[in-house]
Ligand binder design. Structure first.
Ligand code: BTN
Length: 270
């Protein structure tokens, strides 16, 4: 039976990603590339036991998940939907820095390869010129003993982005901000390598690297912010705490935020 055009395109994407990731794949990392899937994170979670060191890339997600259970629009329009599952015996307080680590690693890679000035809105939102370009969703599942399966999902608007009016927030895509030609295999390989490398860092190295690189990535630094969960009104964001929280000063008193939404510049009444 003749191959469909989409099957040929998919095969070509896989060939190119495999070529770019050869050293990683030779080191034992596995790669699956699929046309359509509900969610790459959900798929790896459902097969977590068998998915150690597995990258899963999809051209389309029909039920992509964002942080706090929101929908992550994932049409087959040249954008990145990638997840990586890795088993780890590290304690949860160490793993809690990984989602920040992945976000900074992706921002660094985009800046290095595409000269994108990429900022991060704590904890996991990637921004270019004040507009969201992507995000990271890290989920964990307990395995036998103290082991944990960590599933790291990265969504990046590469060639297109959702309608900002429908989303009710500014959004953009990478291709609008670089002169370099960007395509899915190139971005997938770049991001996959950055994520796998980050997971291999020791805790001490990750912590030191995060603390030194965060200030230049921090979209919120010294900005007025509202943290609806605290019900405190406006505070001033003061950067990252060593355990990955966001330091916010309310009426001169420092507090560390570990969860919930942080909004720029206005008190959100949601
Ligand atoms: C966010 O809300 O900013 C995080 C979005 C994470 C989306 C990615 S796309 C690949 C992976 N699979 C999912 O269902 N979600 C993540």
């Amino acid at each position: 039976m003749p191959l469909l055009v989409t099957e040929i395109e998919l095969k070509e994407i896989e060939v190119q990603v495999r070529r770019r990731l050869k050293p990683l794949l030779d080191s034992g990392i596995r790669l699956r590339v699929v046309e359509t899937i509900a969610s790459t994170n959900a798929a790896l979670k459902s097969q977590a036991l068998m998915s150690n060191q597995t990258l899963l890339l999809a051209r389309e997600q029909t039920a992509g998940v964002g942080r706090r259970g929101s929908l992550w629009q994932s049409p087959p329009a040249g954008n990145l939907y990638l997840s990586y599952c890795v088993h780890s015996g590290r304690p949860l307080n160490e793993l809690s820095l990984w989602s920040l680590g992945v976000t900074v690693a992706v921002a660094d890679a985009l800046e290095r390869e595409l000269s994108l000035d990429c900022k991060i809105k704590w904890p996991n939102d990637l921004y270019v010129q004040g507009m969201k370009v992507g995000g990271v969703l890290l989920e964990t599942l307990s395995l036998a003993g103290d082991d944990v399966a960590v599933v790291i999902g990265i969504g990046l608007n590469v060639a297109s982005h959702p309608d900002p009016d429908l989303l009710q927030r500014p959004v953009t895509c990478i291709s609008k901000h670089t002169d370099r030609s960007v395509d899915l295999p190139m971005i997938a390989a770049l991001v996959a390598a950055a994520v796998v490398d980050m997971c291999r860092l020791s805790h001490a190295v990750l912590q030191a690297w995060l603390m030194s690189s965060w200030p230049s990535r921090d979209l919120l630094l010294n900005q007025p912010v509202a943290v609806p969960m605290l019900g405190e009104g406006l505070g001033i964001a003061r950067g990252l705490s060593p355990d990955g929280g966001l330091e916010v000063e309310f009426a001169g008193k420092p507090r560390t935020v570990y969860a919930g939404e942080v909004n720029l510049g206005h008190v959100d009444t949601e």
